[in-house]
Design a protein around this ligand. Structure first.
Ligand SMILES: [Ca+2]
Length: 236
């Protein structure tokens, strides 16, 4: 009768233990984050008629001399999308209808494309207001100068003292000839936990990325022979 005995060097077992422990720590932190944000509530998309399919619910309003309208021009979904145009060169903009928010993490996205007739940059952001309607800051979401549908998305943190928000599109650069136009469709704004539950984003979106490294060593730290490899992961 013979027995097969594992002769795995101690240093190799130690290395596997360190790697396993760090991976478990990483997973634990992500799970804790999910549990924390799940407690924040579960209202779904706060944007009324996000796909611009209803004229009755159309709530976008232009600021300055820009124009906002529903158009059937190659929408991203359904039969309609939003078009915002600014022909005066004064950096006009359009805002969505206001929606109620409170301090905490949210997730926002939209599909945007620049009108080929006015090939310039379009900026997408979120503006915050207090209970009296006073401006309380804005969070940049993204910019594009592509004439193809482009998904602009981001996790945003609504600051304390904010009661409502509004999405904003600025279809022009801020200097020179500021004329521009863009199309947009399929807006989404919801508590971050809801966005995770609905598959819009991942729970670790916006978290600091763990640092992963590989170090070669001339000698194993706890016995063995030859060059060993040490893999490490640190959580910021
Ligand atoms: Ca649509």
């Amino acid at each position: 009768m013979s027995h097969t005995v594992s002769r795995t060097p101690l240093w190799m077992r130690w290395r596997a233990l360190v790697l396993g422990a760090t991976l478990i720590a990483s997973a634990t932190i992500c799970e804790a984050e999910v549990q924390q944000i799940k407690a924040d509530g579960a209202a779904s998309n706060l944007i009324v008629d996000p796909g611009l399919e209803s004229q009755e619910q159309f709530a976008w309003r232009e600021v300055s001399v820009a124009a906002s309208e529903r158009v059937p021009t190659h929408p991203h979904s359904g039969g309609w999308c939003l078009r915002v145009s600014e022909g005066s060169g004064s950096v006009g903009q359009a805002n969505s209808g206001r929606f109620a928010v409170r301090a905490g993490p949210y997730y926002v996205e939209a599909w945007v494309r620049v009108d080929p007739a006015f090939p310039d940059v379009t900026t997408f952001d979120v503006q915050f207001l207090d209970a009296e309607g006073a401006f309380k800051g804005a969070e940049h979401v993204g910019r594009t100068k592509s004439t193809q549908w482009t998904r602009l998305r981001r996790k945003v943190i609504v600051p304390d003292g904010v009661a409502s928000g509004t999405l904003r599109l600025i279809p022009a650069k801020s200097t020179g000839d500021a004329k521009g136009a863009c199309f947009a469709d399929d807006f989404y704004f919801a508590p971050f936990a809801t966005a995770v539950q609905e598959g819009r984003t991942e729970a670790w979106d916006g978290l600091p990325l763990p640092k992963v490294g590989v170090r070669l060593e001339d000698d194993a730290p706890f016995g063995g022979r030859g060059i060993s490899t040490l893999v490490w992961i640190s959580i910021p």
